[in-house]
Every structure is written in structure tokens, then in C-alpha cells.
Design a protein around this ligand. Structure first.
Ligand code: GTP
Length: 287
């Protein structure tokens, strides 16, 4: 949900339809609501409703269609264009949506994306602008405590936000995390990450070094997705990826039907072939 031009269809197309950031310039305004269903992590079906943000549609969602639009919502993602000209009317629309959500889906989770952050290149200014949004939004909603992310289709920030969103939607996440940590310790790996196969979003990760932030893996997500698109444009298929130097070895391999795995080992005595054999041996267990 969000005003026309905020970037809703662009982000959906990047994450779920293999668009590049450049391709989104060709997108037209969404007519009414575009429904799509994507298979995620094998059996999970994500029903995505991309609600066109032109004034006439917004009026309709909030009135005639309110029960249909705001009923049975698991997650509402509200997208603000960072440079929205009339800020107050933008907040008003946001309030109206959350008020309807409170009536028809009070247990929904709300994520607020302050989008097109690339328009502020300076990192300090970026953080300051985001903080202004965070403070303003925290004051507005009593019922929902939205998480606020700064995003852009031009860097990994979009992957970061969407990985957080889908992380919440995957059932049995704690079981997957427990098993992944066991795999990591049994194989003496320093870092292990699971990526969803179709989107390359980070499902979960385990690391021996707690100071490692997940943004590192979001950068990998974005890079591999871009690389995979380039491969497919050249009619090649991306299969796996390997780097080895004197400090570490890194492997990205197909894992289960719905995931890829990234394994980093920093013990030079562990040959990549051993790590590959371990990945293969664990596949059945995780399937
Ligand atoms: P409606 O379908 O009318 O509701 O609009 P929308 O919110 O779906 O917007 P859309 O995705 O069509 O994007 C509008 C324009 O914003 C496109 O030209 C995109 O290329 C551009 N855009 C999307 N995301 C970003 C971003 O992160 N940064 C910048 N600079 N431009 C973006």
C-alpha cells in the first residue's frame, strides 16, 4: 500500500519477477489491485496484493472495498516515497489504512518502507531522514508498532527489508535455525546462510562471530540475483559459486528444493570438496 509512484510494483518485480532496477522505469501505474501468488520455500504460498496508489483507487479501498482489502491481512507493507511532496496528506492516508487494518485484521504485522533512499546519497543525512520518519510514525499508531526500513531498488537495502518480512512468514523458523546451527558446528564452518531459491532472499543465517551483521548477506543476495539474471540473459544457468584464498573458502550450492546454501570455512585444512560432501550429506535431512 502507498501512493502512486512510491515504488511498490518496482520492488515486487525486483524481488519476485527477476526485474533489474533499470527495468522498473518501464512500469506503468497499477490498475486497481494486482494479485499474485508466489511459491516461497517450497510449500508456502505468498498472496501478494499490489494496491495501485492512484487517488481514485485509494478512495475505493478505504470505503467500498475496505473489508475485502483489509480483511485477512497477515502483513501490510506501507511504502512511502522519501520525497513525498505533501507529507501531511501522506501520513493521513497511512493513518486511514492502519485504522481499517485495526478493524479488519488487528493481528496483522505492519512494515513501513521509506523508499528511494538512493536520492539522499550522504549516509549521515540518510540516517537522519529515516530517523525523522521513525519518530513521526511511532507517534501515530497505537495499535501497530511498525518496523521502519529505508529501502532502495539500487542497493541491498530492499533485500534486507524483504528478508525480514518473509523471515516472519516462514513457519518452523526456529527449527530450521537450530538445525542450521548444528550443521555449522558439525562441519566447522564459520558462517552458514540459507537463501530462498527463487528470490535469493536470506531465510536465516548462523555464524560463529556474533559481530557479523546480516547486511553482509543481503549484499550477497543482491549480487547473486544480479549475476543470475545476467547469466539467464546470456542463456546460461547459474548453478554454484566458489571462492578460495589463503584466509577462507566460500561455497554457494543448491541445497534443498527451495534453498541455496552458503558455507564459509576459515580453517585452511578443510578442503572445499569436504564441505561440498557435507552439504550433500545434509540435503536429505533438510529437505
Ligand atoms: P502505482 O502502481 O501507481 O501505485 O505506483 P507504484 O508505487 O507501483 O510505483 P512504481 O513501482 O511503478 O515506480 C514508479 C517509479 O519509481 C518507477 O519509474 C521506478 O523506476 C521508480 N523507483 C522505484 N523504486 C525506486 C528507488 O528505490 N529509487 C528511485 N530513485 N526510483 C525508484
Amino acid at each position: 500500500m502507498g501512493r502512486s509512484g512510491a515504488g511498490k510494483t518496482s520492488m515486487r518485480s525486483l524481488i519476485f519477477s527477476n526485474y533489474s532496477a533499470h527495468d522498473t522505469r518501464r512500469l506503468g501505474a497499477t490498475i486497481d489491485v494486482e494479485h499474485s501468488t508466489v511459491q516461497f520455500m517450497g510449500e508456502l504460498s505468498l498472496n501478494i496484493w499490489d494496491c495501485g496508489g492512484q487517488h481514485k483507487y485509494l478512495e475505493n479501498y478505504l470505503n467500498e472495498q475496505r473489508e475485502n482489502i483489509f480483511g485477512n491481512v497477515e502483513v501490510l507493507i506501507y511504502v512511502f516515497d522519501l520525497e513525498t511532496a505533501s507529507r501531511e496528506s501522506e501520513y493521513q492516508l497511512y493513518d486511514d489504512c492502519l485504522q481499517k487494518l485495526g478493524i479488519y485484521s488487528k493481528d496483522a504485522k505492519v512494515y513501513t518502507l521509506v523508499h528511494k533512499m538512493d536520492k539522499v546519497p550522504d549516509p549521515e543525512q540518510k540516517e537522519a531522514r529515516l530517523e525523522l520518519y521513525r519518530q513521526a510514525l511511532a507517534k501515530r499508531s497505537d495499535l501497530f508498532k511498525p518496523e521502519v526500513f529505508g529501502t532502495s531498488i539500487w542497493d541491498h537495502s530492499l533485500y534486507h527489508a524483504w528478508s525480514q518480512i518473509v523471515h516472519r512468514l516462514v513457519p518452523n523458523m526456529s527449527t530450521i535455525e537450530r538445525h542450521l546451527e548444528k550443521f555449522r558446528t558439525l562441519t566447522d564452518a564459520s558462517e552458514v546462510v540459507l537463501f530462498e531459491r527463487a528470490t535469493f532472499l536470506v531465510v536465516c543465517y548462523m555464524t560463529a562471530d556474533m559481530s557479523i551483521t546480516q547486511s553482509k548477506y543481503m549484499t550477497v543476495s543482491q549480487a547473486i540475483k544480479t549475476y543470475r539474471n545476467k547469466c539467464s540473459a546470456a542463456q546460461l544457468t547459474f548453478q554454484s559459486f566458489e571462492i578460495r584464498n589463503k584466509n577462507y573458502s566460500l561455497l554457494i550450492e543448491p541445497f534443498t528444493k527451495s534453498t541455496y546454501i552458503l558455507v564459509i570455512t576459515s580453517d585452511p585444512e578443510i578442503e572445499p570438496a569436504v564441505t561440498k560432501a557435507n552439504v550433500k550429506a545434509a540435503q536429505l535431512h533438510f529437505q
